[in-house]
Design a protein around this ligand. Structure first.
Ligand code: PEP
Ligand code: MG
Length: 315
């Protein structure tokens, strides 16, 4: 907990010495977008579009999608809204795009991979996003989930550009993407690190299994190494790299992520005030020191304890 706990994020996110760090919200539907705006989010860093597809036997029409996306964009006039394309598969199977009976669904056809067999579903979604963006004032960025290779990144960006969506990027949630981020960002305009899946795949620990909780934490030094690699790749390619996994909502981890190079943090809206307060209390230089401290530890517990001890701003 941060000592002076504001109930709402009042200012754009920045460190104590004025380095801007966009503080954005993760949302899943128009109501969530309106709640995030009320909570003071500067924009949306992750709009999970699955809600429009779940519980159906076929994808929503382009018109239905335009209506839903437009409502989300209306919540942030002039703000940034990062729309993630469909992330079906694994824990979110959808009968019209994901194969049944995969032995390892988390390692199967999920996220962007569903577009290999069903390109029209992605094409329709991008068409709907482009139409919604054309009549909104929000800055619409679009990104693909579960990208593993530079070819996938380039192909996604090409499809987006063909439809007029120039701000196309990728999620980094597969270790291969973190390690080769510079190459994956040759065409993509930005990356957003999904620490939930990045942790799952780095630690080979199912994110849903409570028994594996001690492995499944973004404080694992190996996960922090991958975040650092992703940020280095982004810096080399001259592209911004943000974080949109749950790690960004941890007030002790947020300054570490900024110190590793994250230029935006996207989280559940209720975490915004605490994260905004701790960031506003530390300089960019201290963020880098905290990142170095965390990376130097042997275990997740040691990393968390060392950073918390070095952050008296947290109670
Ligand atoms: C992630 O994997 O960190 C992420 C943000 O995506 P999701 O939680 O929707 O898989
Ligand atoms: Mg994910």
């Amino acid at each position: 907990r941060v000592r002076q706990r504001p109930s709402r994020l009042e200012h754009p996110g920045r460190t104590a010495d004025g380095r801007p760090v966009a503080l954005l919200a993760n949302v899943g539907d128009p109501a969530g977008a309106r709640a995030a705006a009320a909570a003071g989010a500067e924009g949306i860093g992750l709009f999970r579009t699955e809600f429009g597809f779940l519980g159906r036997q076929s994808p929503p029409s382009v018109d239905e999608q335009v209506a839903a996306y437009s409502q989300v964009l209306e919540a942030f006039p002039g703000g940034r809204v990062v729309i993630r394309t469909l992330d079906a598969g694994a824990d979110k199977p959808l009968p019209f795009v994901t194969p049944q009976g995969e032995p390892n669904p988390a390692l199967g056809v999920r996220g962007l991979r569903t577009s290999w067999s069903y390109p029209q579903v992605l094409e329709d979604q991008l068409t709907a996003i482009a139409r919604a963006a054309a009549s909104a004032t929000a800055q619409v960025w679009v990104m693909a989930p579960m990208v593993a290779t530079a070819d996938e990144a380039d192909a996604f960006v090409a499809r987006c550009r063909a439809l007029g969506l120039d701000d196309a990027g990728i999620m980094i949630e597969v270790p291969s993407a973190a390690l080769r981020a510079g190459q994956l960002l040759a065409q993509a305009q930005f990356a957003s690190v999904g620490t939930n899946d990045l942790t799952q795949y780095a630690m080979a620990a199912d994110r849903e299994l409570a028994e594996l909780a001690q492995l499944s934490t973004p404080w694992q030094p190996a996960v922090l190494d991958l975040v650092a690699a992703a940020c280095r790749g982004g810096a080399a390619a001259g592209r911004p790299v943000g974080v949109c996994g749950e790690a960004a909502a941890d007030p002790a981890l947020a300054p570490v992520l900024v110190g590793l190079g994250a230029s935006s943090l996207s989280m559940t809206a209720r975490a915004l005030p605490d994260v905004g307060a701790v960031l506003g209390a530390v300089t960019a230089h201290r963020c880098r020191e905290l990142a170095t401290l965390a990376l130097a530890q042997r275990t997740a517990d040691q990393a968390r304890s060392a950073v918390r001890a070095a952050l008296p701003e947290l109670e």
